[in-house]
Design a protein around this ligand. Sequence first.
Ligand code: SAM
Length: 188
Amino acid sequence: MEYMGDEKYWNSRFEERENTLAGPEEDLVENIQFFKKGSTLDIACGDGRNTLFLLQNNFKVTSIDFSTKALERLEKFVTEKSYEVKTGQVDLSAPNALKGIGVFDNIVVNHYRLSRENLDTIKDHISDQGVLFVSGHGHKNKPNERFRAEDFIQDTDFDGLKDSFELIKYKEEENQRGFLVTYIFQKK
Ligand SMILES: C[S@@+](CC[C@H](N)C(=O)[O-])C[C@H]1O[C@@H](n2cnc3c(N)ncnc32)[C@H](O)[C@@H]1O
């Protein structure tokens, strides 16, 4: 119950952080050219390292997370750089967590394993030719004191996307962070 801890756990993690923002996910930077121009929903956005990168790349961004402390930090970092972002406190453990969120040209889910129920609804939240970018710890990792087995992204998570999306890129790599996977889907 560490990596995917509850709201209290994540609030205290964000409260303990220094007043600096980490750089964006390398794989997001490398693959931004696949994104459709327009809007992006950053799911489980944390304190906004990827949100800020997306804003700097001319996307309109909506960012959601269940941690109020993460969202406060995100808003501070974004405002400091004179950007605007829409934020929402959303608990993604609810099966219909994305209901009413709207339709975006891209969705980013970075280092959070979105439930199968929520992934199955994602087609309703992406415009045609829009992109779903998912990156994080994959199936070959072993559970440890920080990660439970259910935290690891599995290929089968995306079974419900097959009719509406095309997988345009898949990457896996083992590094000091573990076994990492990146999936980039485009809506048909
Ligand atoms: C490993 S961090 C990744 C943050 C960000 N995507 C990034 O790449 O920097 C995981 C994030 O998931 C959020 N999170 C965990 N469980 C959640 C839930 N049930 N609902 C919404 N957000 C959740 C945490 O608050 C945290 O911001």
